[in-house]
Ligand binder design. Structure first.
Ligand code: URA
Ligand code: SF4
Length: 257
């Protein structure tokens, strides 16, 4: 990609993200020492200092970096979801995975176990991973947009997403996957706010730009729980579409189909 194109995409990404980050709670949201890249939005000098990236973090192993994020998440109170959680759900899988699946947030089973994708939707995702990608659950990495369960499995709201998404961005940078697969419209639009709706965007190749050095390929597909809904012919159609998406993903990973 030409440099000017990269800059254009970065500016577009920032503009798209600003609607989530420009609110009065900005100091509250980013007042922890979490290396927030949005520190420039904070007017509070002390917060800015606290959020300054610690360069010696670069020397830590992937495991140590992820452990640090997990420790932050486990004591996180940046949005009100912390009040009703049983467990935080950071993510799970290989830190060297070339592929990262992103859901919207923990459901009941995930909240009870502290693990992502362990309920019904998870079972189907694992089937896709095993039968279509020919990989094991532990070979890939799975995470969510928010790390605490929204009540009644509702979609996470703007405030919750803006408080939590930086953890996911940091996870992505640690794993450095070749391809990111948002599952469903919530995961997609929260990761890349300019894309709305999964039906018209599934299978499209996109870029996630977190910084000049951190640019990732993204191909979204349906959320597994959406796959299970509808008449048999609708389900079959959606399964065929997921198969098409997975083939594209495998091509990107140079995997034999
Ligand atoms: N659905 C999601 O989006 N994430 C999970 O972890 C489980 C179900
Ligand atoms: Fe913190 Fe995210 Fe949990 Fe909110 S959902 S309390 S931001 S870890």
């Amino acid at each position: 990609m030409e440099l000017v194109e990269v800059y254009k995409q970065i500016i577009l990404e920032i503009k798209n993200n600003l609607k989530y980050y420009q609110n009065d709670d900005i100091n509250f949201i980013f007042n922890e020492n979490d290396n927030s890249k949005f520190k420039f939005l904070s007017s509070d000098k002390e917060t800015q200092d606290k959020n300054t990236f610690k360069s010696n973090d670069n020397n830590l192993s992937k495991e140590s970096k992820m452990d640090k994020i997990n420790a932050q998440v486990m004591r996180c109170k940046k949005c009100s979801l912390y009040k009703i959680r049983n467990n935080t759900v950071l993510g799970e899988g290989s830190l060297n995975s070339e592929i990262m699946f992103i859901g919207e947030g923990p459901g009941e089973n995930e909240d009870l176990t502290g693990r992502p994708f362990v309920g019904k939707a998870g079972e189907l995702l694992v089937k896709i991973i095993e039968n279509v990608l020919k990989l094991k659950r532990e070979d890939v990495y799975m995470a969510n947009i928010v790390k605490c369960r929204p009540p009644g499995n509702r979609n996470p709201n703007d405030l919750e997403v803006s408080a939590c998404i930086n953890y996911l961005h940091e996870q992505i940078k640690i794993i450095n996957p070749k391809i990111i697969v948002p599952l469903g419209s919530v995961a997609l639009s929260r990761l890349l706010p300019r894309y709305n709706g999964i039906t018209k965007n599934r299978g499209r190749e996109m870029k996630l730009i977190l910084s000049r050095e951190d640019i990732y390929d993204v191909i979204p597909t349906y959320h597994p729980s959406y796959l299970l809904r509808g008449s048999q012919s609708e389900i079959n159609k959606k399964k065929r579409e997921v198969w098409e998406d997975i083939k594209k993903i495998m091509k990107k990973l140079n995997m034999l189909i």
